[in-house]
Design a protein around this ligand. Structure first.
Ligand code: ANZ
Ligand code: ZN
Length: 807
């Protein structure tokens, strides 16, 4: 009996050895493979077993790519350390964010090292490091110069608790994505990034990506491209006209009223004297609500302006209403309402007793007593003048052109995507490198003066006035204009946390370059990211912003590719019992530290994958790790007890070996990592059986060790050496399954009578036609299923034996 598996000894031994002699070296000849984790923000709570999951998945994949393809692996790690979480933590703990951030980074780094991942710490980046954020600011300056960063006064989403503005993407169900507080509106001058200029490319290039369809769909919906028409409705008794955006110009004859967003430029102006007070009150109340609130399915509210518009197609008089279900910043902020065919319009018309005119009919028949809108866009047109009898689906496509020809509107395209609100009224972020000069306007800080350092402040608490704490630092705010030298003031807002994370993956490969964001040579050699692994919560925000930044940097020649992440994998969450998210406040956080101590890194790595399909959420149960640990013990004993047996491989052993290669590799390629682990268990049982019944050959054991190594690197390395390996197991070559060797010697063949399957027989694969037919007939007779005269005998090799009989 060999010495039992001692994870502590083995893991320590190889950890030291790998540190002294790194296994992932760039010799300049190997092909590169860039496998990236979404970098964490260094929160004070440290890592829990949920964080491990993604890091284990990416490390397994990295090691697999090293073995299969002999790649040089780019596998970096860094810190997304600016932004609200770090700042809120600092405020809570009463320490400066720079101090708490540095503390947290070193704590989490030592925890991450326990995973034994291949991270190349020479590539580490930290978004709060001036040598890093110099380039975050540089990109902003470049965008400003390209006309993609601009200032705009507008009502923005405002979180009263975080005391800062938020991007649309950061508002979830009307609440702040960070703290959960109800989001309100505030009028502030904001820096905006013109992501909308890239809307079409962001949409079309999704086709190039090997990403989960779900994520592509979410981005497609977020960009929200729709085709329709703008139609101009003259206002009765005035020179004004109201332009509406509609995706259903085919329903124009059914428009019985119009609704304007309360923020519409004409909203207050249209009110007749009798309606003025009610209209103004309604406008004020709407201004206090968030967009999401307004869209939620609540009872519709609205107010009549007292004024009418004219339907330009048929001259009908339609009342003009205001309602907050129409958004100011989508389309034209005004709609024509077709209650017969739109749910919201139907509800509104019912409530305010507005006529409903059906213009699309299913079988040419009008619906009596309509109970709900007929929203199907299929049917024939009725009550529609010259359009009567047309197919609505056809008309829907043709109407925009017809309207354009009539001179009452035009064909248009609309997007849901809005420009990105890029200012935050907080301290802990990159200062926006702009100087406000009374003469020259907004002037960017000259590129050779970057980074514009974040100054020390006494109080970094948010002010809540709409200004960042930087506004209180006179010596910093007051400066001179870089263009004309006149006294000027610095911009005091900072960038959102997304700024650094939108491009950090480019910096890893050239993180010490103080001349360029990344050298073109290194970018060409090492980028883009081949595989990106992270949580699905970033499906829109981070992944859309990164694509935007990458396209911009490609356009200005910094890099030569315009999509950052070729392949994407989203792992599910590890939750506590009953699917509850792990959090300190719930008291259900499981720390990896004790598990590593008691079972070892290899066991925990494998258990992280064994808990469930990696793309789904999985509940954590500590007890399960025992099973994985027992498996590793069994595997250890198998190899150690048989390594010197000198047994020659039999056909059976070779077959099991190749089936194992095939199964494990296919499952791994499909990211079915939990079934890889169960596959190991299954094949280990088979190998143990073989070992008991006559022994097992060395090559099969070596093969198993290579396959296991990406998952359990320490035990893999140790057993590889025990089996005679002189170099690291990670420099071995991933085995290839040989189809022929895998093939079974026998095959199941269907036996038919007159083409109907009666039973199945097992025959040698290389059986002759005569023998096969004889076997088939024998089996049929034994089962009493053959009668009559045989007129024909057919054998389709390996598949069918067919006996044709006449009664
Ligand atoms: C008439 C109509 C008839 C409409 C019908 C729909 C159905 P998407 O696909 O999302 O682009 N709309 C336009 N601007 C709006 C705004 N600012 N706020 C709220 N709703 C607005 O939807 C476009 C449709 O949403 C438009 O087509 C308009 O209503 C409404 F049977 O016009 B429709
Ligand atoms: Zn100036």
């Amino acid at each position: 009996m060999a010495a039992p598996y001692n994870h502590r000894e083995i893991e320590e031994k190889w950890r030291k050895e790998w540190e002294a002699h790194p296994i992932n070296v760039n010799d300049g000849k190997k092909p590169k493979y860039y496998c990236l984790d979404m970098f964490p923000y260094p929160s004070g709570n440290g890592l829990h077993v949920g964080h491990w999951r993604g890091y284990v998945i990416s490390d397994v994949w990295s090691r697999y790519k090293m073995l299969n393809g002999g790649h040089y692996i780019i596998h970096p790690m860094g810190w997304d350390a600016f932004g609200l979480p770090a700042e809120n933590y600092a405020i809570k703990m009463g320490v400066h964010p720079a101090v708490s951030t540095a503390d947290n980074v070193s704590k989490i780094k030592s925890q991450i090292k326990q995973i034994a991942a291949l991270y190349d710490w020479d590539m580490e980046v930290n978004t709060t490091d001036p040598n890093f954020y110099k380039w975050t600011q540089w990109i902003f300056v470049k965008m400003f110069k390209a006309g993609l960063a601009y200032e705009k006064e507008m009502p923005i989403n405002w979180c009263p608790s975080c005391k800062t503005g938020l991007a649309n993407e950061e508002v979830v169900n009307g609440k702040c994505e960070r703290c959960g507080a109800e989001v309100t509106k505030k009028n502030l001058k904001q820096w905006m990034l013109k992501i909308t200029a890239y809307a079409d490319r962001l949409l079309n290039d999704l086709d190039k990506l090997d990403w989960p369809e779900k994520v592509k769909k979410m981005q497609t919906d977020w960009i929200g491209k729709s085709y329709g028409a703008e139609v101009d409705f003259p206002v009765e008794g005035s020179d004004e006209k109201i332009t509406v955006y509609t995706t259903r110009p085919d329903t124009l004859h059914g428009a019985t009223f119009m609704v304007l967003a309360p923020e519409h430029a004409l909203a207050a102006k249209l009110a007749t004297p009798e309606n003025k007070e009610a209209v103004e009150k309604y406008i004020y109340e709407a201004s206090m609500k968030s967009n999401v609130d307004r869209l939620q399915d609540k009872e519709k509210t609205g107010v009549f302006t007292g004024t009418y518009a004219i339907n330009p197609l048929n001259g009908a008089k339609v009342p003009i209403w205001l309602s907050d279900y129409v958004l100011a910043d989508y389309g034209t902020g005004a709609i024509m309402c077709v209650p017969a065919h739109d749910d919201r319009d139907f509800e509104f018309a019912r409530k305010f007793n507005i006529p409903i005119i059906q213009v699309i009919a299913k079988d040419g028949k009008e619906i009596e007593n309509m109970e709900e809108a007929y929203t199907d866009a299929s049917g024939t047109m009725i009550n529609s003048g010259e359009w009567n009898g047309m197919e609505s689906a056809v008309l829907k496509k043709e109407a925009p052109v017809m309207i354009e020809k009539m001179g009452i509107g035009r064909k248009t395209v609309n997007y849901k995507l809005r420009d990105w609100v890029f200012s935050r009224q907080r301290y802990w972020g990159e200062p926006i490198p702009i100087v406000h000069c009374p003469k020259c306007g907004c002037v960017p800080v000259p590129e050779d003066q970057l980074p514009l350092l974040l100054p020390e402040v006494e109080s970094y608490q948010p002010t809540g006035t709409g200004e960042s704490p930087l506004a209180d630092i006179d010596w910093w705010v007051n400066t001179t204009c870089p263009v004309c030298g006149a006294p000027a003031k610095r911009e005091t807002n900072t960038m959102p946390q997304w700024a650094g994370s939108s491009w950090y993956f480019l910096r890893y490969v050239d993180n010490k370059n103080d001349k360029e964001l990344v050298s073109r040579e290194k970018a060409d050699k090492y980028l883009p990211v081949d595989m990106y692994i992270g949580g699905v919560e970033h499906a829109v925000l981070h992944l859309l912003y990164s694509r935007f930044y990458t396209k911009f940097l490609c356009d200005i020649g910094v890099i030569d590719f315009d999509e950052p992440f070729v392949k994407l994998f989203n792992q599910g969450m590890i939750t506590g019992k009953n699917g509850i998210k792990m959090s300190k406040s719930k008291g259900n956080v499981v720390s990896p530290d004790d598990l590593v101590r008691d079972y070892g890194c290899d066991s925990l790595r494998m258990y992280e994958l064994f808990v469930g399909p990696p793309e789904l959420d999985s509940e954590w149960d500590d007890r399960g790790i025992d099973g994985v640990n027992r498996f590793l013990n069994r595997f250890w004993n198998l190899v150690m007890d048989n390594k010197d047996s000198g047994v020659q491989a039999t056909k059976e052993m070779v077959k099991v070996r190749h089936k194992m290669i095939h199964e494990i590799t296919t499952r791994l390629e499909n990211f079915s990592l939990n079934t890889v682990i169960s596959g190991f268990m299954e094949y280990t049982n088979k190998m143990v059986d073989m070992a008991r019944n006559g022994g097992i050959d060395k090559e099969t054991l070596q093969t198993a060790v290579i396959l296991l190594a990406p998952f359990a690197p320490h035990i893999g390395e140790e057993l590889w050496r025990q089996l005679g390996g002189t170099d690291s197991v990670f420099h071995a070559v991933w085995p290839v399954a040989d189809k022929a060797a895998m093939a079974d010697d026998e095959k199941e063949v269907a036996v038919q009578v007159n083409g109907k399957t009666k039973l199945v027989v097992t025959v040698p694969v290389d059986i002759s036609k005569e023998d096969a037919i004889a076997e088939g007939k024998k089996a049929l007779e034994a089962a009493g299923k053959l009668s009559g005269t045989v007129v024909k005998e057919i054998y389709v090799p390996g598949k069918i034996i067919n006996i044709v009989v006449k009664p």
